[in-house]
Design a protein around this ligand. Sequence first.
Ligand code: SF4
Length: 394
Amino acid sequence: MSAQIVPDYEAQLNAILDRCHSASLDARIPDAGELPEGYTGTLGNFPVYFPDEIAHAAGLLPVNILGGGNKLEMKHADARMGSFVCSICRSTTELGLNGTLAGLTGFVTHPICDAAKHLAGIWSRNLPDQMAEILYLPQNPNSPGAARYVAAEYQRLRAELARKVGHPISDAAIRSSIRLYNKKRRLMRELYQIRRDEPWKLSCSESYLLVRAGTRIPCEEHVELLEQALPAIRQRHVAAQDKPRVIFVGGFCEQPPLEMLETIDDACFVVDDDLLIGQRWFTEDVPEDVGDPVWALAESYIERSHASPVQHDERKPKGDYLMAMLRDGKADAAILTAAKFCEPGLDEQLFWSKDLDAAGVQYLVLEFEEKMTSFEQMAMQVETFAESLLFALA
Ligand code: SF4
């Protein structure tokens, strides 16, 4: 009888996490020659949400531009932006000006806040060779014409991209991209379900790396990585630890440094978060086999999307989705964060804290900046918070 080969799941998972880590740190844009088959260029897009499927169907690799992290030296951008502008806008501009994003075919931003809206203007003035566009997503998603408006904007983007790549973007190509991105989003939903059910098997920082890799690598490769990672995570044997269950909110646009997430992981099980929520925007699959795939994307944006501080939908009251995250993750408490100078994030924090006070839920407020490098003080705050929660729960 031949011996059965037992896969080394932990080694497999570590290799995937390493791949995701290096993909996440690499801000460089691949040259046309380095792109995988089927891609002819790259389309940069700013958080929070972007319809990747339209770029993918055009043969452009969608790259979510998430700023420069805490290793970037600022040399040019500060002269072009006020010091009161959030870090992701400044560091993204720096990456444009220092040549790191020179390979982009174009860059699309959204009017999620004044800072993001004006980024397209700064881009087109300083990088005139690149296509710079604002994709106008609706300020009022509750208007009866909202889905029609989004569909018209998506068709405008489709026409601009078709002009840029020199060929039409067919409905069939968009349908096929929707199928692929639905698969990726299903896998990410599974990832988050593991976090809610068995948070000891996957830390917040590991889950973050697995999702963040998808902001840069082709969707085809990301799907493969997630398909390999999920069974490996389920097989993980991790000793039980005495940590409180918390949710983390405030990471929807500018991203906190990885070290900050690791600091929180050390003291708490983070059972849910809103990190990179644009990558996981839809709560259900986008309809795949429909006559008009652009309408399917637009209608899903309005009808089947997560809540976020940059979408002002009356059907998603601010406190409600926070309470749903707490309830679904059986969380004991919340960590409320906001990026420095982020108006939508700071506004939301006020509503969140009011609702948590009313519900008697404990929370810790933290501010972050992508360029932070020191975490000792934050570690002390988080440890003290976790200890007080454990004491209260005992
Ligand atoms: S971090 Fe906040 S202020 Fe900055 S671009 Fe994003 S939403 Fe706007």
